[in-house]
Design a protein. Sequence first.
Length: 311
Amino acid sequence: MKKISLVVPCYNEEETVNLFYDEIQKIKSDFKGVSFEMLFVNDGSSDKTLEILRRLSSKDDVRYISFSRNFGKEAAMYAGLEAATGDYVAIMDADLQDPPALLHEMYEILESGEYDSVATRRVSRKGEPIIRSFFARLYYKIINKISKTEIVDGARDFRLMTRQMVNSVLSLKEYNRFSKGIFSWVGYRTKWLEYENTPRVAGETKWSFWKLFLYSLDSIVAFSTVPLSIASVMGILFCFVAFLIIIFIIVRTIMFGDPTSGWPSMVCIMFFIGGVQLLCVGIMGQYLSKAYLEVKRRPIYIISETEKDKK
């Protein structure tokens, strides 16, 4: 009998966990000769999520991992993939924005042997603020221009993978994780399923615009060194411009003397060049900070409790 593990990161999802469990029960009858394992990862929730998971763990098909604090969704997904025991492993959100109804089609595609992963992407962003959608599309254009790793526009974390692909993903033990890029970087044959954006069934999103912005910066640093190249090119360009200006000033002084110039233009130039220098230093600082976090080799997550501790 084949087994499918569902890895479900949870952060303050007390309103959705039971709804998610009920939806999975409804689709089980579509699968013949397949068992399910629901692995919830409590990412340091401050509500009653952990209490609900403890109750659900009394059922044979439910397991859970609870972190000692909030480590972030990336850590939760990694922990779930490490603990999953299924032949196929899916990552899903508890808010049901990832339609469970797609699981059967995804399973059938992998069973055909033609693909190693079935991933999903949204073809619309209905329900999202216009500004957020604009910046999201802009981000995907930028990252695909400056990175050799393709990041599909509208890609969700919701995907079903073979055990071989999961093991490959787990072999990348980097601390600063960006799973969408990692899934693409490890390769394998991936089938993309498109669907309309589905709103949350309950609760509120934990991803503010600022958090998404910082997450996008992390992804650029993780999968592209182009910003460092830009900083280098800008340095060379400004040295060249400064050289031309020096020649211009020398020639002008020889031909027309040295009239006193106004200070406003000089101040503007100083502020502009100073801003460019700070930008370049900031870019290098981002890469240095990521390297600093990597070399410390801190664990990606710390587990405080599992369903085994309850028993």
